[in-house]
Design a protein around this ligand. Structure first.
Ligand code: FAD
Ligand code: SF4
Length: 475
C-alpha cells in the first residue's frame, strides 16, 4: 500500500474530455489523460484491501490492481507495467474502452469515489510504449506445433499473443481488410483511435505473429485446408448477427443496422474503399436510433459529427435511477443511468418507448410511429412485460433510422456448418472448460462463444482458449 492515508487525503481525479465544441468538429479521441503527477496521487487512493474485489471480482482478466498501484505510487512505472502485462495482453484497448467493472467493485466506492483504475492502466501502457519498455520480444525458440486463429478481434489477438509468447507459431486470418475486429470497424475513432490498434498489430508482427487479412475462412479457404497445415485451430469470429425490428415498413430505404453505419464511418476515416451506392450518412438528416445502449451512443456521437439535423435515441426500458439501484448492490455492476460523452454532446433520449411502424414515401423512410410503454409484472410472476400506454402514440421525423438493439448470435457462418460445431440455444458455439468445441483440435474464443460482450471479456476468453490449446498440444 503506497500511502496508508492516501484515500483520506486525495479525491478522485479524472482526465475529463476535450471541450464539446472542439470535439464535435473532429473524430479524434475525446478523453484526456490524467497528468503523470496527479496519477501517482490517484494510485495512493488504493487501500490494498485484504480482499481486493476490483481484482478478484470486478476485472474479467483479474488485473492485479493493488500491486500495480503500490508500485506506481513509488514511481516504479516499469515494474507496475510488468505486473499489468501478466494478466492483460492489451491494456491500451481496455484502458480506453473498458466500462471498468473493477471500479464498480472498488472498496473505496462503498462510501466515496472509486480509484481511477482504468486511467492508471492506460497511463502505464502508454508510458511503456513511450519509454520502449515493450519490446518487440520474440520467444527464444519455437516448437513444431502451428496454430491458426480465425478472427483478429480482441479475442483472436489475445489467443495469438499468448500462444506466441509460449513459443507457438501463430497465423491470424481475418476476412476484413485490416486486423482488429470491432476494435477497428465497430468502436468509433473518438473512443479508440485506430493508430492505437495499428501500433499493437505492428508490435505483434515484429514479435513473429503472421496476419492474413482479407481471407474469409469457410469461403476463400476451407477448414480442410487449415486442418492439414495447423495442429490446432481457434475460431474467434465474433457475434455480429444483429437483432432486427420486423415491424410494418421495415423494407423502406434508410433503415440500417448500427454496425453497417459505424463500419462505414471507420472505413471512411481510414481511407478504405466504400461502395458509393451503399453510402450511409447522417449529414442534414433527421436520425432516429432505436436502442438506448452503448452501440446506440456510438451511433449518436457519429451522427452528431456527421452533421445530423437532429438525433433521437429510443429505448424500450424505463430510465434507470441516477444512484446505484438496490437490486445491484456493491460490488455488482450497478444498474444506474449512464450518460456517455456522446449524450452530453447533443441529441434527445426517450425512455420506455417502442417503435410500432415505419412510415415512408417513395420507398424511403420518413417517420417512425411510436408509443410509450409501461412495464407491468408478468402474469407468470416471472419478470416484467411491456404494455403499450393507450393514447400515447406519437411520430418522429426520420430520414435515417439506425437499429442498435444488440446482437443475437454469431450471424451466418459457413465455417460453423462446414465443421459441424454444436451450438447452444442462443446459437453461440458450445465448448468444454478448455474452450474446445465438439471437434477435436478446434477451439473457440470471445463473442462467438459468450455472445456479444466486452473487449476485456474477449481478451480474458482468448487467454483461456490459449491455455486450453497449449494443454491440448502438450498432451
Ligand atoms: C459498435 C460497438 C461498440 C462497442 N464498444 C465497446 C466498448 O466501448 N467497450 C467494450 O468493452 N466493448 C465494446 N463492444 C464490444 C466488443 O467490441 C466485443 O465484445 C469484442 O470486440 C469481441 O471480440 P471478438 O474478438 O470476440 O470479436 P470481434 O471483435 O467481432 O472480431 C471477430 C473478427 O472475426 C472476423 N471473422 C468473422 N468470420 C470470419 C471468417 N469466416 N473468416 C475470417 N475472419 C472472420 C471478423 O471480420 C472480425 O474481424 C462494442 C461492440 C460494438 C458492436
Ligand atoms: S481491464 Fe477493465 S475491469 Fe480490468 S482493471 Fe482495466 S478497466 Fe478495470
Amino acid at each position: 500500500m503506497g500511502k496508508p492515508t492516501g484515500f483520506l487525503e486525495y479525491e478522485r481525479k479524472e482526465g475529463g474530455y476535450r471541450p464539446k465544441a472542439e470535439r464535435l468538429g473532429d473524430y479524434r479521441a475525446v478523453e484526456l489523460q490524467v497528468p503523470e503527477d496527479d496519477l501517482t496521487l490517484q494510485s495512493a487512493r488504493c487501500m490494498d484491501c485484504g480482499v481486493p474485489f476490483c481484482h478478484a471480482y470486478g476485472c474479467p482478466v483479474a488485473n492485479v490492481i493493488p500491486e500495480f498501484n503500490d508500485l506506481l505510487y513509488r514511481g516504479n512505472w516499469q515494474n507496475a507495467l510488468d505486473i499489468l502485462l501478466t494478466t492483460n495482453n492489451f491494456p491500451e484497448f481496455t484502458g480506453r474502452v473498458c466500462p471498468a467493472p473493477c471500479e464498480a467493485a472498488c472498496v473505496a466506492g462503498i462510501n466515496q469515489e472509486p480509484v481511477t483504475i482504468r486511467q492508471i492502466e492506460m497511463a502505464l501502457i502508454e508510458k511503456g510504449f513511450k519509454e520502449g519498455y515493450l519490446g518487440p520480444n520474440q520467444p527464444d525458440s519455437y516448437n513444431s506445433a502451428q496454430v491458426a486463429v480465425i478472427g483478429a478481434g480482441p479475442a483472436g489477438l489475445a489467443v495469438a499473443d499468448t500462444l506466441n509468447k509460449c513459443g507457438y507459431r501463430v497465423t491470424v486470418f481475418d476476412d476484413a481488410p485490416k486486423p482488429g475486429g470491432l476494435l477497428r470497424y465497430g468502436i468509433p475513432e473518438f473512443k479508440l483511435e485506430k493508430k492505437i490498434v495499428d501500433r499493437r498489430i505492428r508490435l505483434m508482427e515484429a514479435e513473429g505473429i503472421v496476419f492474413e487479412p482479407g481471407v474469409r475462412v469457410g469461403e476463400d479457404i476451407s477448414y480442410r485446408y487449415l486442418k492439414s497445415r495447423y495442429q490446432a485451430i481457434c475460431l474467434a469470429c465474433g457475434a455480429r448477427g444483429p437483432r432486427d425490428l420486423p415491424i410494418p415498413g421495415r423494407d423502406y430505404n434508410g433503415i440500417v443496422f448500427a454496425m453497417d453505419y459505424l463500419t462505414q464511418q471507420n472505413k471512411r476515416l481510414s481511407g478504405e474503399a466504400l461502395d458509393p451506392y451503399m453510402e450511409i450518412t447522417a449529414t442534414d438528416r433527421n436520425v432516429v436510433i432505436i436502442g438506448g445502449g452503448d452501440t446506440g451512443s456510438d451511433c449518436l456521437g457519429t451522427a452528431l459529427r456527421q452533421g445530423a439535423r437532429q438525433v433521437t435515441q429510443l429505448e424500450i426500458l424505463p430510465e434507470p435511477p441516477t444512484e446505484r439501484d438496490p437490486s445491484t448492490p456493491w460490488p455488482m455492476w450497478p444498474l444506474i443511468l449512464r450518460d456517455t460523452h456522446a449524450h452530453k454532446e447533443g441529441g434527445t433520449r426517450r425512455w420506455a418507448v417502442t417503435a410500432k411502424a415505419f412510415i415512408g414515401e417513395n420507398r424511403a423512410v420518413k417517420k417512425v410511429s411510436c408509443v410509450e410503454i409501461e412495464w407491468r409484472p408478468a402474469p407468470s410472476g416471472d419478470g416484467q412485460i411491456p404494455m403499450e400506454k393507450p393514447g400515447t402514440e406519437f411520430e418522429i421525423e426520420a430520414d435515417l433510422v439506425i437499429l442498435a438493439m444488440g446482437f443475437v448470435d454469431p450471424g451466418p457462418c459457413k465455417l460453423i456448418d462446414e465443421i459441424g460445431l454444436k451450438l447452444d440455444h442462443r446459437r453461440n458455439v458450445k465448448t468444454d472448460h478448455n474452450r474446445m468445441t465438439n471437434v477435436d483440435g478446434v477451439f473457440v474464443a470471445g463473442d462467438m462463444t459468450t455472445g456479444q460482450s466486452l473487449v476485456v471479456r474477449a481478451i480474458a476468453d482468448g487467454r483461456k482458449a490459449a491455455l486450453g490449446i497449449q494443454s491440448y498440444l502438450e498432451k
